[in-house]
Design a protein around this ligand. Sequence first.
Ligand SMILES: Nc1ncnc2c1ncn2[C@@H]1O[C@H](COP(=O)(O)OP(=O)(O)OP(=O)(O)O)[C@@H](O)[C@H]1O
Ligand SMILES: [Mg+2]
Length: 227
Amino acid sequence: MDRPLIEISHLSKSYQRGDQVIPVLTDITFDIASGEFLALIGPSGSGKSTLLNCIAGIDSVDGGNIVVSGTDIATLREGELATWRSRHVGFIFQFYNLIPVLTALENVELPLLLTTLSAGQRRDHALAALSAVGLSDRTDHKPSQLSGGQQQRVAIARAIVTDPDIIVADEPTGDLDRQSAADILALLGRLNAELGKTIVMVTHDHRAAEAAHLVRELNKGELRAAS
Ligand SMILES: Nc1ncnc2c1ncn2[C@@H]1O[C@H](COP(=O)(O)OP(=O)(O)OP(=O)(O)O)[C@@H](O)[C@H]1O
Ligand SMILES: [Mg+2]
């Protein structure tokens, strides 16, 4: 057996509000295999986004380890973590988080500004990513000129343009109609099956959870396998 891509052990995290400490994650231990398509479900406020953000290195943890390909990201300093994130993780959000004044192509090019690629190479990579999500004919459109499903596809192109091994998605179908949601899930399925991307997706949507290979449920800070 290959070693899991992500090994989470005894992860804990709480938030402090005034003098009140709110425990969110308590002693979470589980692995995510390379090439997995995992859905995280659970009630509102159960800590799904918090856990996803810890795995993606956006949020710090209070205790425990998150070892990704041998690197414990829970112990990295902010600068090191930012570099690690930019190399290994692509992000997809519920509300797309595109920059309104930039075109689809410019939005997808953004993560590449942190790399040493030339302007021409950046453009080629961004065009290839937009082609992979089926939007070669919308490269010069601004987000406001695109449908919700198309905006989410631009966001997915932006997430994959740096060729990350891990894609994290927080409610990626949460703001979409049924057909657009189905299209986005099919696209995520293809990224997983054809490009071998490991996907961790938070969702309320049972159809989205069905698209994943494995479903885990968070409840009161604890994680369990869901049927
Ligand atoms: N920055 C913060 N400061 C204080 N408390 C926070 C912060 N972020 C989240 N929390 C609290 O942590 C708990 C978990 O939040 P989280 O956003 O992870 O839940 P969630 O499962 O993603 O919920 P939802 O399904 O509604 O998105 C909540 O009780 C929330 O109020
Ligand atoms: Mg959330």
